[in-house]
Write a protein that binds this ligand. Structure first.
Ligand code: 5GP
Ligand code: MG
Length: 451
């Protein structure tokens, strides 16, 4: 995962706008962040490890002058968590310097690497650098090179790129990762991974960038080109709906909040149980929890208070830290839980580390019964397209059945949302989504495992 943004705002400080847009995308990655800005002649950038607020200050932003900027916030899924892998990447080319930022994972990195000249030195270990270098080594205009790239690169890539005088944005032909276009109040443009970032900077949501579409925004205006591709299914990642995207973002004209609310309602229909209260594991499961309560007629209350400053528990890709993270993250509201039969809604069980801890927190707080309801089907297959679950070994549902998982979590009962109900809640067509982690059927991409 990652968050990307690109700004073209004549007369304005684009890096500052990119900073605030990235702030709205911080949930998409907390390992490193960076911004590159261009003023028509020069390109400057700053990136570092850590959260956005710790990386940028007034002095650094003031240095990133110009009306064009791109930004990136990183959650590593390919390449290690070190600063050379932070983005934007800066590249020199015969067309001038450009900065490049990527969200997604490629599935044919090795094959693409072989297309590069043998003398090319790769500094980073990420697949993103291979994409950028392919643009450097190609010929023709930048937009032609991008169009060519779209025909050879497989997998997930929502990319923003800026030269000293133009902004480019493009999305892989499957549209696996989201990318939205917005118009700034006084005429400029912004693209961002999720539409929630547009409102933050006072921009109006215009539309999603289409799968396989390339945008070029320069002094002459905005130009769109659809790469010449045929027979590609659209395959927006279902996990964006389940967990990753912010609830105030929208895909296909429907907010992620409403989709999750509908998942919760459907979950209550599929897995009713006698209980006193409904709670959700904050923040990601709250809309589904509210939906479950509405459908069941039971009161929705708060049972767990989250420390908002801990960040997502997956921050550290090491399992020991991950398990400790849960205790740091939630405190139970004892008065709300004591003696109650509690339905606890969460959005997903991935590795099975979080849930047993949640169940025991609730029991320790005096809950009489704990009924676990999950607003997605079991995650049984790895993701090769950018979500941090790359192997069968780490996925609990790849290895245990539902009853074994219930026992592992310590809950009195466990119910997962069905795939059909999940799809219906998104309002999208089944064939327009990537359901790989749920079904093992990936979009029509010959997929090579990345790790
Ligand atoms: P697990 O079963 O892996 O221990 O954790 C499941 C919990 O982690 C759920 O509460 C879900 O909201 C959250 N989760 C699911 N996928 C991700 C992810 O990719 N990153 C982070 N940070 N949390 C995730
Ligand atoms: Mg969660």
């Amino acid at each position: 995962m990652c968050g990307v943004t690109g700004v073209f705002a004549p007369g304005r400080d684009a890096a500052r706008l990119a900073f605030f847009a990235l702030y709205a995308l911080q949930h998409r990655g907390q390992e490193s962040a960076g911004i590159a800005a261009a003023d028509g002649t020069a390109l400057r950038s700053h990136k570092a490890m850590g959260l956005l607020g710790a990386i940028f200050d007034e002095v650094i932003l003031a240095d990133l002058s110009g009306h064009i900027a791109i930004g990136h916030t990183r959650y590593s899924t390919s390449g290690s968590s070190i600063v050379v892998n932070a983005q934007p990447l800066l590249e020199r080319s015969d067309l001038g310097d450009f900065a490049f930022a990527h969200n997604g994972n490629l599935t044919n990195t090795e094959e693409l690497r072989e297309r590069l000249s043998p003398s090319t030195v790769l500094e980073a270990s990420s697949d993103s650098e291979v994409l950028a270098k392919l643009l450097v080594e190609d010929s023709g205009s930048l937009i032609d090179r991008i169009a060519h790239l779209l025909t050879v690169a497989r997998g997930a890539y929502s990319v923003v790129l800026c030269t000293s005088n133009a902004l480019y944005a493009f999305r892989d032909p499957w549209g696996v990762r989201p990318l939205a276009l917005g118009e700034l109040e006084d005429g400029g443009w912004i693209v961002a991974s999720e539409s929630c970032a547009l409102g933050t900077v006072g921009a109006r949501f215009v539309r999603e960038i289409e799968p396989g579409e390339i945008l070029r925004i320069g002094a002459e205006g905005i130009e769109s080109r659809q790469a010449a591709l045929s027979g590609h299914e659209h395959a927006l990642c279902m996990f964006e709906y389940i967990y990753f995207a912010r609830p105030d973002s929208e895909f296909d004209g429907r907010s992620v909040y409403m989709a999750r609310y509908a998942m919760g309602r459907a979950l209550a229909k599929e897995h009713p149980v006698e209980a006193d209260v409904v709670i959700a594991v904050p923040d990601s499961a709250v809309p589904a929890g509210i939906g479950y309560a509405a459908e069941s007629g039971l009161p929705y209350i708060e049972g767990l208070i989250k420390n908002r400053y801990i960040g997502r528990t997956f921050i550290s890709p090491d399992q020991q830290m991950r398990s400790r993270g849960v205790q740091l993250k939630f405190n139970p509201l004892i008065e709300n839980l004591r003696g109650q039969r509690v339905i606890v809604v969460d959005d997903s069980i991935v590795r099975g580390t979080t849930t047993p801890r949640i169940v025991s927190l609730l029991r320790d707080a005096g809950a009489r019964e704990v009924h676990l309801r999950i607003s997605s089907p079991p995650i049984r297959h790895p993701c090769y397209l950018g979500v941090d679950m790359a192997t069968y070994d780490e996925l609990i549902a790849a290895n245990l059945n539902a009853e074994e998982i219930r026992r592992h979590t310590g809950a009195d009962s466990l119910g997962y949302l069905s795939l059909e109900a999940l799809i219906e809640a998104t309002g999208r067509k089944r064939e327009e989504m990537c359901l790989g982690c749920l079904t093992g059927a990936y979009p029509s991409v010959p997929v090579h495992a990345v790790s």
